[in-house]
Design a protein around this ligand. Structure first.
Ligand code: FES
Length: 167
């Protein structure tokens, strides 16, 4: 008489259903871990020192000749040094709709490529549609270094001498 093969419950079998259930569970756990990790990275405080949103050390006062404009692309500003040695940090964001302005040294002006506004050396509007002067960032001179705080843009209607900072 042939021996009948019987399956007992004591020996677990990997069925297709079991495999799919375990695999699906493992993938779900992996997805949750990845999402949690990405969320923590996103929420973790990070220093913005030296880049836009933080305090940028522009360099020594002596690096900026009087009557010049120096662009800081990473900080999104232009550092203007006036003929009498004052400093002004102009936010490069156009006050019309926010395009980035560029400095045109041959024309001594800032120009917005989007709708052709332009601004003078101090950021005053020379040609609309921009409604007001370029915003400025606070400047501080510390130990002969020019520091620009790009976390606090300040709006203004026009340039005023009190906006200049001297070393
Ligand atoms: S965004 Fe600069 S002129 Fe419109």
């Amino acid at each position: 008489m042939p021996e009948e093969k019987k399956q007992t419950d004591a020996t677990p079998q990997l069925t297709r259903r079991n495999f799919l259930a375990w695999g699906g569970g493992a993938l779900s756990i992996l997805a949750i871990v990845e999402i949690a990790g990405a969320s923590l990275l996103f929420l973790a405080p990070r220093s913005l020192e030296g880049e836009f949103g933080g305090v940028v050390t522009a360099g020594s006062v002596d690096n900026f000749p009087q009557g010049t404009v120096t662009e800081f692309p990473d900080g999104r500003f232009f550092l203007v040094r006036t003929e009498d040695g004052g400093f002004l940090a102009l936010y490069r964001r156009c006050t019309h709709l926010g395009c980035a302005v560029s400095w045109e040294p041959t024309r001594n002006r800032f120009f917005c490529p989007c709708h052709a506004s332009n601004f003078d050396f101090f950021g005053n509007v020379e040609n609309p549609p921009a409604p007001r002067a370029l915003d400025i960032f606070p400047v501080e001179i510390n130990d002969g270094q020019v520091l620009v705080d790009t976390s606090r843009p300040q709006t203004r209607d026009a340039f005023a001498p009190e906006q200049l900072v001297y070393g």
